[in-house]
Design a protein around this ligand. Sequence first.
Ligand code: 13P
Ligand code: 13P
Ligand code: MG
Ligand code: MG
Ligand code: MG
Length: 364
Amino acid sequence: MKTTVSVIKADIGSVSGHCVAHPELIDICEEVLNDALESNILSDYYIGRCGDDIDLIMTHTNGVENEEVHETAYNAFLKATERARELKLYGAGQDLLSDTFSGNIKGMGPGCAEMEFKERPSDPVIVYCCDKTEPGAFNLPLFKIFADPFNTAGLVIDPSLHDGFTFEVFDVIEHRKVLLKCPEEMYDLLALIGSTGRYVIKRVFKKNGEIAAAVSTEKLNLMAGEYVGKDDPVAIVRAQSGFPANGECVEPFAFPHMVSGWMRGSHNGPMMPVSELEANPIRFDGPPRVVGLGFQVADAKLIGPVDLFDDPAFDPTRKEAAEIATYIRRHGPFEPHRLPAEEMEYTSLPGVMEKLEKRFEDME
Ligand code: 13P
Ligand code: 13P
Ligand code: MG
Ligand code: MG
Ligand code: MG
């Protein structure tokens, strides 16, 4: 029998602006998921939180894109939204685009990363949950985990990793996808995924087709050529025995790389790896955060998690991220801190251009 890990996330309201999801909302999600556990839709679950985003981490045996599982998550978010509205939380129901479920959560607002696999004798699975950034934020760390031998020693010294991995990349502007093999096509892969707003790693596979990683990209799927805003992403990564080691999977986050998001979804800033307790993006609504939760999956149950960035070895990264935040903040409304016009979640530019239109003159 195969096990499915489904991570479905949404921002349905937060306290003091976009900072933190209210604990009562998590309690309501817990009640709904507990009912689904009792009626055998789910085998197990853990509810994570990163900033204002609630992350429903669910295991079951129903396969990916299962209607009952998706509906469970949607109902949890819908029910919690009612309470968010009563409490007049900020952005109550922000990520729910419809109040009736229609078979699959895709296109309805929440983000979703899923994978189905036959459990190994021991099956470590890591879930990363972000706030104040976008799915392309995972391009750099996933590349390092699955393709960079200076990060992942196993690519060189472990025969079970030596073949490399295949990356599935979405072109979110043209709405198409491509599979690229590493190490053979590494330079082609990098040529694409360096453009984090356009080319997004959706999944990673072993060369034999086994799933290795999956990223939520739902809101981007909606784009169809038009910009509809960012979606704070989640990712699932399998570790050990044929996959990169747990430590190789967290190592890329020791570098606080630049990602898009932060204040009003319109700024570049450093990604700060934090414990669950420190997943509170407050300074200028950030800087962007990532939480890592390490589980062992056993007979579709979740053992753990270990709060992976709750390790003093990541203190220098957090300090560096805070220093980079100070440096880049000094640019105020200038690029490259502020995003280019076409990538901003909020923009006054069309209004400004309209107002100034008549005052523009041809240059000599
Ligand atoms: P242990 O010796 O602690 O089991 O670690 C083995 C290992 O391969 C760590 O990456
Ligand atoms: P969220 O995407 O986390 O809701 O943040 C939006 C925002 O505008 C932060 O300043
Ligand atoms: Mg929000
Ligand atoms: Mg958020
Ligand atoms: Mg966001």
